[in-house]
Design a protein around this ligand. Structure first.
Ligand SMILES: *Cc1c(COP(=O)(O)O)cnc(C)c1O
Length: 222
């Protein structure tokens, strides 16, 4: 299948999931281009997808040299010492998960940066992100940092085939997002949810995702 065909299938699935979930919010498709070369990323952009996601800065910079006019999402974990190089070249950061990172962003960012606080809903040790219980305290602790704008929460679902477990973790993130939104913290409007990947984006949309991050099912050939 070509990228065009994959994109069409994904768009149909997104629309159907939106319809099933009885909601009006838009869903923004982020094409995760970490597995593909610059030409393929360019092809994705030519398909009209204007949000691209990368998880390593080398690969981000390579693509930025060639591809203009897209919104860049950094979806990988970001080392504090790399903030200086990366932060003014991206539009969204999906992996804010600690105070030291927030403070470094405050120091280095030229403009406020749209951030998702990454939450480890499943508690799996292999995953980055804050424990759900720690998220509100963390967001309060960075409320004075005006270069940080917490637009929402991000998570990766647990590794399981069990749809109920995946659904419950997305639903848990949604509840937490609404709780934070209702705190009306100035730099944390927290209206967005970045959740859902190739295997689970339809469930994520049904549970309220506003940004989905899709790599494999967009670029697969088979
Ligand atoms: C790789 C990656 C994705 C995309 O995953 P696919 O299963 O290929 O769609 C989404 N989010 C993050 C954080 C990733 O690292």
């Amino acid at each position: 299948m070509s990228i065009k065909e994959n994109h069409k299938r994904i768009k149909d699935n997104i629309e159907n999931a939106i319809r099933r979930s009885n909601r009006e919010n838009d869903v923004t498709l982020i094409a995760v281009t970490k597995q593909v070369d610059v030409d393929t990323a360019q092809e994705i952009k030519n398909e009209g997808i204007i949000h691209l996601g990368e998880n390593r800065f080398e690969s981000l910079f390579n693509k930025q040299d060639e591809i203009q006019g897209v919104n860049w999402h950094f979806i990988g974990s970001l080392q504090t010492r790399k903030v200086k190089e990366v932060i003014n070249r991206i539009d969204y950061l999906h992996s804010l998960d600690r105070l030291s990172l927030a403070e470094e962003i405050q120091k280095r960012a030229e403009n406020p940066i749209k951030c998702f606080v990454q939450v480890n809903v499943s508690g799996e040790e292999s995953k980055h992100g804050l424990n759900p219980d720690a998220v509100i305290g963390f967001i309060r602790s960075i409320s004075e940092l005006d270069k940080i704008q917490v637009i929402g929460l991000m998570t990766m679902a647990p590794f399981t085939e069990d749809e109920q477990i995946i659904r419950a973790s997305f639903n848990g993130l949604k509840k937490l997002q609404q709780e934070i939104k209702n705190l009306h913290i100035l730099n944390a409007p927290c209206t967005e949810l970045s959740m859902g990947m190739s295997n689970d984006y339809e469930i994520a949309i049904e549970e309220g995702a506003t940004f989905i991050r899709i790599g494999t099912s967009l670029v697969q050939k088979g």
